[in-house]
Design a protein around this ligand. Structure first.
Ligand code: E4P
Length: 221
């Protein structure tokens, strides 16, 4: 599964990218609004930090406006993926932008049928929001499983980008379901690697090593 970071923080992205396993970044207007600086500049810098799809979302709500904004975002860097909401205008814009050769991420997906329409419009990615469905007591991961199955049934090239992942179990389940990508906050990304038994095990190995070295030194004296 590809791992995307769901943040517009350059500091967070810079740190996480040092592990060499980050495949892309998703931003949205709320995430960009939290950062200081021009969105264009931030997006360009993100593209310099991570060599993979970087989602930049349109804020227009009509198709013509989305296409105009999408082309502007896409002109910033070849890795920019234009993010559009899953509305009627968003699907029209997806069809036009993908037809013009741009990568499109259809976002705010809350049902498998929305994902089906987005795939037919030529989306590169669809973003089902797992956590936000869980928030309203609807199992978000079932939607991911349905979308993965539907796309496989028809060999759609559109990738399922599991979004709104809030904790490591969401990431694990998305991987089990066969989601192509999982996008997550940096804190969740770090939690994926962390295990107390690894830390404890390493501590013991190093302590035993030091002890053995001391004992060898004492025998030699
Ligand atoms: C994805 O592209 C979205 O930016 C994000 O995953 C939304 O997550 P949230 O529901 O935790 O805000």
């Amino acid at each position: 599964m590809k791992i995307f970071l769901d943040t517009a923080s350059l500091k967070e992205i810079r740190e996480a990218a040092t592990l060499g396993v980050v495949d892309g970044v998703t931003t949205n207007p709320s995430l960009l609004a939290k950062e200081q600086g021009e969105p264009e500049e931030i997006l360009r810098e993100i593209c310099d930090l991570v060599d993979g799809p970087i989602s930049a979302e349109v804020v227009a709500t009509d198709a013509a406006g989305m296409i105009r904004e999408g082309k502007h975002w896409a002109s910033l860097h070849e890795n920019i993926t234009v993010k559009v909401p899953c509305t009627v205008a968003g699907i029209q814009a997806t069809k036009a932008l993908s037809g013009a050769g741009h990568k499109v991420n259809v976002t705010l997906i809350f049902s498998p049928t929305q994902a089906l329409i987005a795939a037919k419009a030529g989306a590169t990615f669809v973003s089902p929001f797992v956590g936000r469905l869980d928030d309203i007591a609807t199992p978000g991961m079932e939607m991911v499983a349905d979308i993965v199955r539907i796309f496989a049934n028809y060999d759609y090239p559109t990738e399922v980008l599991a979004a709104s992942l809030r904790h490591p179990m969401h990431v694990l389940e998305a991987a089990r379901m066969g989601a192509h990508v999982g996008t997550m906050p940096v804190a969740v990304f770090h939690q994926l690697l962390k295990h107390p038994l690894t830390d404890l095990g390493l501590e013991r190995f190093l302590a035993d090593w030091e002890k053995a070295k001391k004992e060898l030194g004492a025998k030699a004296r």
